[in-house]
Design a protein around this ligand. Structure first.
Ligand SMILES: Cc1cc2nc3c(=O)[nH]c(=O)nc-3n(C[C@H](O)[C@H](O)[C@H](O)COP(=O)(O)OP(=O)(O)OC[C@H]3O[C@@H](n4cnc5c(N)ncnc54)[C@H](O)[C@@H]3O)c2cc1C
Length: 464
């Protein structure tokens, strides 16, 4: 690891100074709308540019303290998981759940919804948090724990996407790390067998693997990966250069990676989405790999495409040239489905969506999951997260958002949940029925009475 400590760590003094400034900035313009100013994002919905005060939180990007004996870390809200994991690995520890993309921030994954291949053991990202310091709409900073006077805010932050307050600091539980991770890949042509083997791998015994995840390449080609921490040395694979991690799943049955490379196995190729940017071409990879093989590079290019309306311009050109136009609908979603309904979802998925491959990650919310106000899941029940990022061919007779709507309705019908980091098409009534509107409205009035932050519906569906 080529990081030095001063990059990663901040002092309490400097943290408190930044907090005072942010609180003052918030309180100084009561009633005006606020938006975060930060370096990176992993949101995938287009945001309408509107007049809003920018709150510069970029200085809150470091780790304040790690307590190796108590196995906890004090981390600032805008710290990327890459930095957070590096700081903990320096002490032989790791966060229990590390989302796959390096620039996802700790505050972003808690106020959104974060998962990983360890989530069947350790739950969702927000379930590793013991305490949060939150900046509210009137400039007040509240310390929130599950058992103090701000427990209602603590429980409402996950899935609030910055609509109730900004997370400035978090106290997060840690676990022991190891130098290496050993992976076993199994292939299945039968989806029922794949599902039952995955469910068995996610058993709650102490001998269960540390990580479990799967990939559906086609309706008849599934891989299941189980992985364990190990101290045993051996030749390690490196997927940050010419080798591509997801391709290894079909060509190898075993693998060994350093802990750090394992945590970021999906990042250089943005799972497999690097394909659309030509980065799986060996020549481009050799030439540009050093700069390009990072998820935030693809995200930046993608946002430029959107800003320049690249696709619309291509359509206009093809029209002028009398060339056929292929209409497609972007479908970028992560959904959680109860394991017993997952076969039904897979059948629907390959019949109507069929974006290949599809990531399948088991998640088991911890026992207290019933308390999470805006993203309730059954505590202790096993869900499968299906992640698919691409587009589906559509036609003029289909309404805008047809396929995204189908997904929303199927997920709802199967008792699942949809993450809100990308586009959503719910009507307002539907949305609040699913995401606990009654409780949300009360919390909004209590913690943001002047409406400094846009509401969750405005952000998640209307793109404000
Ligand atoms: C292709 C793709 C793959 C993904 N894969 C995964 C995955 O494997 N695992 C996973 O867990 N997630 C995944 N995500 C989702 C990702 O975790 C969420 O989009 C997350 O919210 C992004 O966090 P960010 O730090 O980039 O925040 P941003 O994108 O900057 O912000 C996200 C939202 O959170 C709010 N926010 C940001 N920081 C704070 C804060 N400190 N306090 C309060 N609100 C805040 C913002 O206002 C905004 O509404 C994926 C997303 C994409 C697009």
């Amino acid at each position: 690891m080529d990081r030095n400590r001063s990059d990663l760590f901040d002092s309490w003094e400097s943290y408190h100074k930044t907090c005072r400034e942010l609180s003052h900035a918030m309180a100084s313009q009561p009633g005006s709308q606020v938006r975060l100013a930060k370096k990176t994002s992993n949101l995938f919905r287009t945001r309408k540019e509107a007049a809003a005060k920018r709150l510069d939180v970029r200085r809150l990007h470091r780790i304040i303290e790690i307590d190796p004996a108590g196995r906890t870390a004090e981390v600032e809200g805008m710290t990327t998981f890459e930095d957070f994991a590096d700081a903990t690995l320096l002490k032989g520890l790791r966060p229990p759940v590390v989302p796959e993309l390096k620039t996802i921030t700790v505050g972003g994954a808690v106020s959104g919804i974060g998962i990983e291949a360890s989530s069947f053991r350790h739950g969702l990202v927000h379930e590793m948090v013991e305490e949060m310091e939150i900046l509210c709409g009137d400039g007040t900073i509240r310390i929130c724990r599950p058992d103090n006077e701000n427990a209602d805010l603590f429980h409402a932050i996950p899935n609030s996407y910055g609509s109730l307050g900004y997370i400035l600091r978090l106290r997060v539980k840690l676990l022991p790390a190891s130098p290496f991770v050993k992976l076993i890949h199994q292939r299945f042509s039968d989806r029922t067998q794949f599902l039952s083997t995955m469910e068995a791998a996610c058993g709650q015994s102490p001998h269960a693997p540390d990580f479990v995840e799967g990939v559906a390449f086609t309706p008849n080609d599934f891989t299941l990966t189980t992985a364990r921490l190990t101290h045993d040395r051996g030749p390690v694979s490196d997927y940050k250069g010419m080798q591509i991690y997801y391709e290894s799943l079909r060509s190898r049955s075993e693998d060994l990676m350093t802990m750090r490379d394992f945590l970021w196995r999906w990042d250089p190729d943005w799972f497999w989405c690097s394909r659309s940017f030509g980065m799986q071409n060996p020549l481009l990879r050799r030439l540009l790999g050093r700069w390009m093989l990072r998820s935030n590079c693809y995200w930046k290019i993608q946002s430029l495409y959107r800003r320049w309306k690249f696709e619309e311009r291509i359509h206009v050109m093809r029209k002028i040239l009398h060339l056929p136009i292929e209409l497609s609908e972007p479908v970028i979603q992560d959904v959680e489905i109860p394991i017993e309904k997952s076969l039904e979802f897979i059948e629907f998925y390959f019949r109507e969506i069929d974006i290949r491959p599809c990531w399948i990650c088991p998640v088991r919310p911890l026992d207290a999951a019933g308390n999470w106000t805006l993203y309730a899941m059954e505590p202790g029940a096993l869900y499968l997260n299906f992640g698919f990022w691409g587009s589906v061919r559509t036609s003029l007779d289909k309404a805008a958002g047809h396929f995204n709507r189908r997904i929303e309705s199927i997920v709802n019908g199967l008792g699942g949940r949809k993450s809100l980091y990308s586009t959503s098409f719910f009507t307002e009534d539907e949305f609040w029925r699913i995401y606990n509107g009654e409780a949300y409205q009360k919390l909004k009035l209590k913690f943001d009475p002047q409406g400094a932050f846009r509401s969750l519906y405005q952000k998640a569906v209307l793109g404000h």
